[in-house]
Design a protein around this ligand. Structure first.
Ligand code: URP
Ligand code: ZN
Ligand code: ZN
Length: 461
């Protein structure tokens, strides 16, 4: 077995910052220490660098079918881009089709991902059709390591579940340990507003943000949490973006409810100003929940500090501006929903450290440790400790670079952050002990990423 020694850096985990060396043997971290006289076949000098756990992005959509097209990153291109950005684990979403079983959806997504990924990956299950059969299947999936299920209060006729179906899924979640993840927007009401907006001739991308009203996110968030309470189940709210929704979440958490939530970098750095860019440019920023007015960002940063928001995921779901986003020219409701982001999350959150929004250990907690624990991967992923997988990033906190579609590795023809300078960059990336990014050179291989059979949520065990 080859040994790797990472020397001279500052190890940063969610719990500690330590000037120690890290010894890797094969795929695992075996020891942390100072002046141990360790020898290794590969020695990485991390002087002046942070040594951090590889990022865990718990919300990505490679190749997601949406609005008549597919997200433009495959498992191959998307996991390669993730690696470049210092993320070494993704949890993507298998999709149950309407009338189909969970098993069939899972098999389809396993086949898409297998042999393609450069980094380790897990799968959540999107439940598009909650019925007696799919409810029964949940237990089996939890046992196979697919221990979380996403439901939608949005997208009537596509992924939407009504309150009765949601309650049943939550009850089954409570029984089996499966964590229900909720897309919390009142899709029925939104569809009325979409119809009215289009009838008035309001077809530009910015109206996507108008019809997906913040109060309709807040209402759905509150309803989802209260349904979870009735079922005696925990709940995880995905891509929370509105202050009003955060208020509902915080109120429930103050009452002791096991309600968790993530937000995403786009809600922290982008706004309705981007949706309102001239011409059709705003289509690049169409995602759901939508971007909000800038004044929501301060509340989200605060939520990240107080732990009402405990995870930052990307909801990476890229569609090219030319040939995909333009399906919605003349009708904002036909713009495929989703943004690219799997490559930029770690750097944008490090920028947040430099800007004083969060601390360094909190950066690692939000981007690595908590998502791993939330989705049954900790301490294998999300930390650097003896026994953990050697998913490690040597991070240069001083490297300034400009985010751009010209230089990113995501398979999409634009960057949401075109021209933005950030400080900090993944310099060397190890995935289970193998160097896959080495100072600007990609050394990863498709197929080296393994499927992760996940345990149940680590906050409830
Ligand atoms: O706009 C988004 N978020 N697209 C991906 C699907 C989803 O709802 O997460
Ligand atoms: Zn969603
Ligand atoms: Zn999503």
């Amino acid at each position: 077995m080859s040994r790797t020694l990472i020397t001279g850096g500052t190890v940063v985990t969610a719990a500690d910052e330590m000037a120690v060396d890290v010894l890797v043997d094969g795929e695992k971290v075996v020891a942390l220490g100072v002046d141990q006289g360790w020898t290794a076949s590969t020695v990485i000098d991390a002087t002046g660098r942070y040594v951090i756990p590889g990022g865990v992005d718990a919300h990505t959509h490679m190749e997601l079918p949406f609005g008549g097209t597919f997200a433009s990153d495959t498992f191959e291109t998307g996991t390669r881009a993730a690696a470049w950005g210092g993320t070494t684990t993704i949890v993507d979403f298998a999709v149950q089709s309407m009338g189909g079983s969970l098993r069939a959806g899972l098999d389809t997504w396993m086949a898409k991902a297998q042999g393609e990924c450069a980094i380790d990956y897990g799968l959540h299950m999107i439940m598009a059709d909650v019925n007696e059969g799919s409810l029964k299947e949940m237990e089996g999936l939890v046992g196979e390591g697919v221990s979380s299920f996403k439901l939608f209060m949005a997208y009537p006729g596509v992924f939407y579940s009504d309150d009765g179906k949601i309650l049943r899924a939550l009850q089954k979640g409570a029984e089996t340990g499966g964590l229900i993840m909720m897309h919390a927007e009142n899709g029925i009401a939104i569809d009325v507003l979409v119809e009215q907006a289009l009838a008035r001739g309001n077809s530009d991308p910015r109206f996507h943000g108008v019809v997906r009203h913040a109060l309709l996110e807040a209402e759905a968030t509150s309803r989802a949490i209260r349904l979870a309470q009735v079922a005696g189940a925990p709940i995880y709210i995905v891509h929370l973006s509105a202050t009003e929704a955060l208020d509902e979440l915080a109120r429930a958490r103050d009452q002791g409810v096991n309600a968790f939530a993530e937000t995403c970098p786009q809600y922290l750095y982008l706004s309705t100003d981007d949706l309102a860019r001239p011409g059709f440019e705003g289509a690049k920023y169409v995602c759901s929940t939508p971007l909000r007015p800038q004044d929501h960002q301060a509340a989200l940063w605060k939520g990240l500090r107080t732990d009402d928001l405990s995870v930052v995921s990307t909801d990476h779901c890229p569609f090219c501006y030319t040939g995909q986003k333009d399906l919605g020219l003349g009708d904002f409701s036909k713009i495929p929903n989703g943004l690219p982001g799997v490559e930029t999350r770690m750097d944008l959150l490090h920028q947040a450290v430099l800007d004083g929004h969060i601390g360094r250990r909190r950066w690692i907690e939000l981007a690595c440790a908590t998502p791993a624990r939330m989705f049954g991967l900790y301490p294998r992923k999300g930390t650097i400790a003896p026994g953990s997988d050697a998913d490690i990033v040597v991070y240069d906190p001083t490297a300034r670079h400009v985010l751009s579609a010209e230089t990113h590795h995501m398979n999409v023809d634009y960057s949401c952050y075109e021209g933005k300078t950030v400080t900090g960059r993944a310099e060397t990336v190890l995935s289970r002990g193998r160097v896959i990014v080495d100072r600007g050179e990609y050394r990863g291989r498709k197929g080296d990423g393994h499927f992760l059979r996940r345990d149940t949520c680590g906050y409830l065990r």
